[in-house]
Design a protein around this ligand. Sequence first.
Ligand code: IMP
Length: 433
Amino acid sequence: MPALVVVGAQWGDEGKGKIVHFLGEGADWVVRYQGGDNAGHTVVFDGQSYALHLLPSGILQPGVKNIIGSGVVVNPSALAEEVAALESRGVRVRGRLFLSLAAHVILPYHIHLDVLREAGGRGLGTTKKGIGPCYEDKVARIGVRVADYLDRAALRSLVRQALAVRAAELAKVKPLQAIEAEVFDGYEERRRLLARFAADTGPLLDRALRAGKRVLLESAQGSMLDLDHGTYPFVTSSNPVAGGACVGAGVGPTVITGVMGVTKAYTTRVGRGPFPTEIPGALAGRIREIGKEYGVTTGRARRIGWLDVPQLRAAARMSGLTCLAMTKLDTLSGVGPIKICVGYRLDGRLLRDFPVSRRAQREVRPVYRSFPGFSGDLGRVRSLSDLPRAAREYVFSVERLLGVPVAVVSVGQSREQTIVRDAAGIWGRRHSI
Ligand code: IMP
């Protein structure tokens, strides 16, 4: 019963979609455990590019079954669109997608609230998908779960209750009656769609694990956007760290056999918030263009920075990483000398760990170590030994600095552009460097 959690080790957009799709070939089940359609996973498969937001990345592997766990927040319209887009391209979804009856549903008023709070650039730089307000209602115990959504009368009464609580804020958008009407406009079609996939996913997953099936638990966003452990308040409203997999999929920690952290060979961040190794000016622009660093969900230009060891060490600690996948190594080709942050300075002191306080996160100054750059078309390389020497040394340096082995290196978007160092070890045992 191997169960591998795949987490983003930075601020999201690390390339988890590609890695999960790649590993998905050896999996029986893929489970999304948190987040919603704020996520954007690009998967290139058979020469075609797919942008997934809500669906687990295993959906493109024909033999793989997929679960949207109770920790995910689901916008029925976004689900409908994504399913329709895949089915129109010949991907079979029916019988392969199971949606937890306990997952919370994003309703139109959650999106209104998100947009309202972001208006005039005053917010956190969210994706405006209603993610935060939906999780807020979940915690306030006024949320609507998939099971409730399927029952029109229950939905009506729960929506009225929630709208009464949020009335003061929502009154700035439009009359409450109109907002309630939006929930039920075209409701029947959305209800049928959710009913098609709704299931009690806990026992399903339990049976799969007991039958010895291989399960991949897929995070959205990244460790530094974690509600508890990230750069609060500039975070998402769920727990991408590996512990979130247990909560959001409904499995105990004892079933997890490995945790892979996905990191780019550099760092990116979208939205506001601290980013100690952010690169200013033209070099950032160059890396952004080579790496096509624009959000899959919002199209926003991503902020670019060097790799940050204290940050990655925090991610490794929070999720108990057993191995790493390093993506986009090819993007650094031709960039010149490469820096890695190995610590920070703050108030004349040297810090080894990523700090907790807002002020410290904002004011730390990175201490860098420089590494020789490399050049050439890395996209053609299929083994570590064929990488330019400096690129190989860069990979080895990262694993030495972190104490976590790099099991996979990605040098391009397509599945062939993946170097696997230790295929057998990924799913289970703790690697040694
Ligand atoms: P929310 O998740 O839409 O509430 O946004 C909160 C923060 O998380 C913002 O900084 C977003 O840019 C960021 N965020 C949410 N989803 C993603 C993602 O998939 N990739 C990168 N950043 C994300």
